[in-house]
Design a binder for this molecule. Structure first.
Ligand SMILES: *Cc1c(COP(=O)(O)O)cnc(C)c1O
Length: 415
């Protein structure tokens, strides 16, 4: 580094308007589709949901897709169908949203968070294997935690930012250990790894259509699987535990007869949402292509910077680019992450942080006694994470504004 003071660049004019961190990509086709449902007289679960499920199953390449009103619901129902309950335990990534873990608590089971790998910030099969080797012992009916005594029932991988985790590895590990795998693919539609698409690795998979996700129905989700029995259980529990077989069997009573065979939930998707989802599904590839170009532009601008580390990608991965999580190199900067985000805001650029690791959150920390030292990779990454805007409605100028603002902040605050 040169000892002479660097000339300070003239202040960049900030954007005139604020660039939000995330915006849904809704056009006339979505608006027309929803309007048609509103005019049809049938608003809630009906023909649009049925068509959406069929089209989504075909897109993923699986036998069954059950539409629900959130990914949280899909995760909850997926774990319920796998038989998760009291005395069971679930391993998942600490770098995720609380929805991934709260559903385990709904069912009275325990979570054990696992640290992630540098670069991708994904949980790996090797990391899970290490946790099992050190904390669980084999007992008659599976693997039990040496302290809680709980039985390891499921592994829930997450695809941080849209970078598909090693799903083939997780499914193989699950088979080897006799532990179920449920895929939280909230960030990862569409995405792939080594030529296989998300959802096509042989385990049930949950998708999110929340407003900021890669395709949206405002609120919505989907559980996909090749297992017909599991799909039937999810479908039953998604709508009050009311059996549909009853009216199929007794056609004379067809219009009014039903049987409640379980105390189910109210998780069904509306036809308005499904109509929006069908259009978004048809546009998912085109929206991903736009996000990929934005990711390319960010990489070209930031890779190799002394202040910035771009998201790591493994070869063979088709990234969904739901998020663009930069990691600041704090030794190259005189400001911290919070100030960096303030500086972005001062330049009219929205940003966010994904995620505050779950082991740090009061509920989980207090309940399980997690300690920072057990999550060295997440702890090292967390204070450096800044998610930049990446969505298909961004114009080339928006992207250049982000690049210029980030570059300007790095220039002004380099150490
Ligand atoms: C958004 C998100 C969810 C929950 O999705 P909803 O559709 O809002 O319920 C679950 N897991 C992860 C990793 C998410 O980011």
């Amino acid at each position: 580094m040169s000892a002479s003071p660097k000339p300070i660049a003239p202040a960049l004019p900030a954007r005139r308007t604020f660039l939000p961190f995330a915006l849904p990509d809704i056009g006339d086709r979505e608006i027309d589709a929803v309007t048609a449902v509103l005019r049809s007289g049938w608003l809630t679960t009906g023909p649009e949901v049925q068509a959406f499920e069929k089209e989504f199953a075909a897109a993923v390449g699986v036998g069954h897709a059950v539409a629900v009103n959130s990914c949280t619901a899909a995760l909850h129902l997926g774990l319920e169908a796998l038989g998760l309950g009291r005395g069971d335990e679930v391993l998942t990534s600490t770098m995720t949203f609380t929805a991934t873990a709260e559903v385990v608590e709904y069912l009275g089971a325990r979570t054990r968070f696992v640290d992630v790998e540098p670069g991708t910030l994904n949980m790996s099969p090797a990391g899970v294997r290490r946790v099992i080797a050190s904390e669980y012992r084999r007992s008659g009916d599976g693997w039990r935690h040496h302290q809680s005594g709980a039985r390891l029932k499921a592994i829930v991988p997450v695809h941080f930012a849209g970078h598909l985790a090693d799903m083939a590895g997780f499914v193989a590990l699950g088979e080897e250990l006799g532990v179920a795998v449920l895929d939280d693919a909230a960030h990862a539609f569409p995405a792939g790894r080594n030529g296989r698409g998300v959802g096509a690795f042989g385990c049930p998979t949950a998708f999110s259509f929340y407003a900021t996700k890669t395709m949206t129905t405002a609120e919505g989700g989907m559980l996909t699987t090749d297992d017909g029995e599991l799909a039937a259980r999810v479908r039953l529990m998604a709508l009050h535990g009311i059996s549909r077989d009853a009216w199929k069997r007794y056609t004379a009573e067809g219009t009014w007869f039903y049987e409640v065979v379980e105390a189910g939930y109210k998780y069904n998707l509306t036809d308005m949402a499904a109509a929006m989802g069908r259009v978004q599904l048809a546009r998912a590839g085109e929206m991903l292509a736009r996000r990929s170009r934005i990711a390319d532009a960010y990489r070209a601008a930031f890779d190799g910077s002394a202040q910035l580390e771009v998201p790591g990608t493994e070869s063979g991965v088709e990234h969904a680019w739901h998020l663009y999580p930069l990691q600041l190199r704090l030794t190259g900067l005189r400001i911290d992450r919070a100030a960096f985000i303030e500086e972005l805001r001062a330049r009219n650029i929205g940003a966010s942080v994904h995620f505050i690791p779950l082991h740090r959150q009061p509920f989980y920390r207090d309940r399980y006694g997690y300690q920072a030292k057990d999550f060295p990779v997440a702890e090292e990454a967390y204070p450096r994470l800044v998610s930049l805007p990446i969505y298909s409605r961004m114009t080339d100028e928006d992207v250049q504004d982000v690049v210029a603002a980030v570059g300007d902040i790095c220039d002004r605050h380099r150490s």
